[in-house]
Write a new protein. Structure first.
Length: 406
């Protein structure tokens, strides 16, 4: 079986990782624009732009276009190699800054940053110098690395960019895997680091395939399929994983926050509907363009305001009896407190209805409502279980009767 034909079937278009990387950049862009002074966000944006540039200019169609527009055969090679090298250096800088924090970097980290910038800038300059010295007049779109593997100066250029890429991937992978194993990481960040670690590790497979193909040419063998068949899909898949690694912490935290907000809004619905009976059917004004966070805040405010107006009718003794009864029925303390609050609120509403015609006869207690106002979501969730409320109410009533009986 011909390996070239086999890996041709696994070929992934260069435009797929470009699209994924562009999506990652689009997701990050609002934060980058809003917090432009944050050097870490700017670094992420620059890294994603470089990654997109690598795959745009490495696409065969773009290589052909670049060579034709400039009139220089194979000039796309040092351009792509330079973008790859710049991307590698940016990865090292970003992971170091991301892990250590921009404001907390030590002198050792700053020294390492200067070394990375100097070394990789020097590599880019060397790539262009070597290309200018090389004799590479035969245009090669897909197999330039192996075709010119034995050509003076082009040989050195190919090895130089592969070594720079390999070193960067090894160091970046080590930093990422070490960081991912530290304690206290957010689950989304840890997941993003795992994708990044796998992506950068796969880049080492790309480097290995390219180097093996070049070494085979040096020894008179033909393993070009490693460079033209295996390496491109591996690079594309690695780029997709890296893009997901950058997207996941941001998108995951955003979606988790949105889901928690919507769930909290839904959990407050029973208590909100009950409080509308206190306000005479009033409700939170609906605004089509209001964000979920704003709607949740308005609903919480509405409930708390209604509870404050109801506070004078709340009986603390009833809450204590209901709480003890709930504990006696086997409910844990938090759940028992929520059920007791639900019962006292329902009774306060009934008391308020009975005394509406004569406010002077209304209870004028001053109960402590701080805990109630803080636990409105738990109370609202308790209202969804009328059977539990009924059981606690009956148990509290029975306990009160047994105490009052002679």
């Amino acid at each position: 079986m011909n390996p070239s034909r086999f890996f041709a079937g696994l070929y992934i278009s260069f435009w797929i990782p470009t699209a994924v990387l562009t999506a990652a950049l689009a997701i990050k862009l609002p934060s980058i624009v809003k917090l432009w002074k944050d050097p870490l966000l700017r670094a992420v944006g620059g890294l994603l732009v470089l990654a997109c540039g690598v795959f745009v200019f490495a696409a065969p169609a773009t290589i052909t276009w670049t060579n034709r527009v400039t009139g220089v055969p194979n000039i796309a090679a040092p351009l792509v190699y330079s973008l790859i090298t710049a991307f590698c250096g940016s990865c090292l800088l970003l992971i170091t800054a991301w892990r250590d924090g921009i404001s907390d970097r030590s002198e050792t980290t700053r020294r390492a940053t200067r070394w990375v910038v100097a070394v990789y800038s020097g590599v880019i300059v060397a790539l262009w110098v070597l290309f200018a010295l090389a004799d590479a007049h035969v245009e090669r779109i897909r197999d330039l690395d192996t075709y010119y593997a034995n050509t003076p100066f082009m040989r050195e250029e190919i090895v130089l960019y592969l070594l720079a890429h390999t070193v960067a991937c090894v160091i970046t992978s080590k930093l990422i895997w070490n960081w991912s194993r530290t304690d206290g990481l957010d689950a989304w960040l840890r997941g993003g680091l795992m994708f990044l670690g796998v992506g950068y590790s796969m880049n080492l497979l790309y480097d290995g395939a390219k180097l093996c193909a070049v070494l085979a040419r040096w020894t008179g063998h033909d393993l070009d399929w490693l460079s033209t068949g295996l390496a491109p899909p591996v690079a594309c898949l690695a780029a997709i994983l890296i893009a997901v690694g950058f997207i996941l912490p941001h998108a995951g935290q955003y979606l988790h926050r949105r889901a928690r907000t919507r769930l909290g809004f839904w959990h407050l619905r029973p208590l909100y509907r009950l409080m509308r009976t206190v306000t005479g059917g009033g409700r939170v004004p609906f605004r089509l363009r209001a964000t979920p966070e704003l709607r949740l805040t308005r609903r919480e405010t509405f409930i708390r305001d209604a509870l404050l107006s109801l506070a004078r009718f709340i009986e603390e003794d009833l809450w204590r009896r209901a709480y003890d009864a709930a504990l006696g029925l086997g409910f844990e303390a938090g759940r028992a407190g929520a059920l007791a609050h639900a019962i006292t609120i329902q009774d306060a509403i009934e008391t308020r209805k009975r005394t509406r015609q004569d406010d002077a006869a209304a209870p004028l207690g001053n109960p402590d409502t701080e805990n109630l106002l803080e636990e409105i979501e738990a109370v609202s969730r308790a209202l969804r279980q009328p059977d539990d409320i009924r059981a606690v109410r009956e148990a509290a009533a029975a306990a009160a009767e047994s105490v009052s009986a002679p």
